[in-house]
Design a protein around this ligand. Structure first.
Ligand SMILES: C[S@@+](CC[C@H](N)C(=O)[O-])C[C@H]1O[C@@H](n2cnc3c(N)ncnc32)[C@H](O)[C@@H]1O
Length: 325
């Protein structure tokens, strides 16, 4: 079945579809990133669904059905159930500089402190060990872009002697998005990136694909390791051979961890504790105060009184230091 509507129209329809499940979240920027990266896959799934339901002009139909709030329509039900659509949207929702207050605290206060401490503890001036940052839960790279923006003063120094030796690991369960991120196959609209980055930062971290889109520069791939890590897979956790981290970001991952029946998730707290250096910092955000809140509670218990920051207004955001005393 041939569909003659434009890509812009398809993107608009896709956005209306995502907005239904996103409640009050703003999805504009998210769709600006998701749609160009998966346009072909989305199109092919939607055409397959249209064919199975014998629906012509499927894009126009979806739009009309959404506008009429007919959420029980067989086409809508088939879209909700579609595996690819489920995989690339809901649990991957993110945007750049999502938690300015938390990032501000980490990059303006905590990181300088960690670096100073790290440098004073080094045995030799030319000690080549790195201060390690672990980012768990990458989505389409929005939080990585945020972190890179804040790290620009450290990473952009040209003189080796002035550079802070930083190692960044991005960890995520294997999925089609992380696969693209790892292989530098994700593209980002210039309009989105330039809202957050200065021209110098943009030029440092990105290359132009064409007049509209950017992709990460090779430099990023020298500085960053992308590692598969499924927090729910005990074997994966046992075999995890990454270095330990001085700073771990675990933002909006906890609520997506569905334990097996009868299983508690304490093994995840133990794992996180095991990959954090003594004196290291972990920032945990769980936008749902209900789902898996016991993981955050276990951390509170484990790192008793070591909270450096806590915010409960929009979500539960906490920063802890391992072995405060
Ligand atoms: C909502 S996004 C959060 C992205 C970003 N950290 C942020 O705060 O905006 C959730 C991320 O967690 C990842 N994730 C979900 N379950 C996971 C698991 N069991 N192990 C590792 N990562 C997981 C998803 O693939 C996705 O990248």
């Amino acid at each position: 079945m041939i569909d003659l509507v434009s890509q812009e129209y398809k993107k608009l329809v896709f956005k209306s579809f995502v907005q239904i499940g996103a409640l009050t979240l703003s999805v504009e920027e998210f769709i600006d990133i998701v749609f160009p990266n998966f346009a072909n896959e989305i199109e092919s799934e939607i055409l397959k669904i249209a064919e199975s339901l014998q629906i012509a002009d499927v894009w126009v139909n979806i739009k009309n059905i959404i506008d009429a709030n007919e959420f029980e329509h067989p086409l809508m039900i088939a879209l909700y159930k579609n595996e690819l659509l489920r995989e690339i949207i809901g649990p991957e929702y993110s945007f750049i500089d999502r938690y300015p207050k938390v990032y501000d605290r980490i990059f303006r206060e905590i990181l300088p402190y960690l670096i100073e401490k790290f440098n004073t503890n080094k045995e030799n001036a030319d000690d080549s060990t790195y201060l390690s940052i672990g980012l768990i839960g990458a989505s389409y790279g929005q939080e990585l872009i945020t972190i890179l923006k804040y790290l620009f003063p450290y990473l952009s120094k040209t003189e080796n002697s002035e550079k802070t030796a930083l190692n960044i690991d991005v960890l995520n369960k294997p999925n089609i998005i992380f696969d693209k991120l790892k292989n530098n196959n994700l593209i980002y609209p210039k309009t989105v990136i330039s809202k957050y980055m200065s021209p110098e930062e943009l030029q440092f971290y990105f290359r132009e694909l064409d007049s509209e889109y950017l992709y990460f520069s090779d430099l990023i791939f020298k500085q960053i390791r992308f590692i598969n890590l499924n927090l729910l897979d005990k074997n994966n956790l046992e075999e995890f051979e990454a270095k330990k981290y001085n700073l771990i970001f675990l933002h909006n991952v906890i609520q997506y961890l569905e334990p097996k029946k009868g299983e508690d998730l304490n093994f995840i707290c133990q794992f996180l504790d095991s990959i954090l250096y003594e004196g290291g910092i972990i920032s945990i955000i769980n936008e749902s105060k209900v789902i898996n809140s016991h993981i955050t509670n276990s951390f509170e218990h484990l790192y008793k009184l070591s909270g450096l920051y806590s915010e409960e207004k929009v979500c539960k955001a906490s920063i802890y230091k391992k072995n405060y005393y």
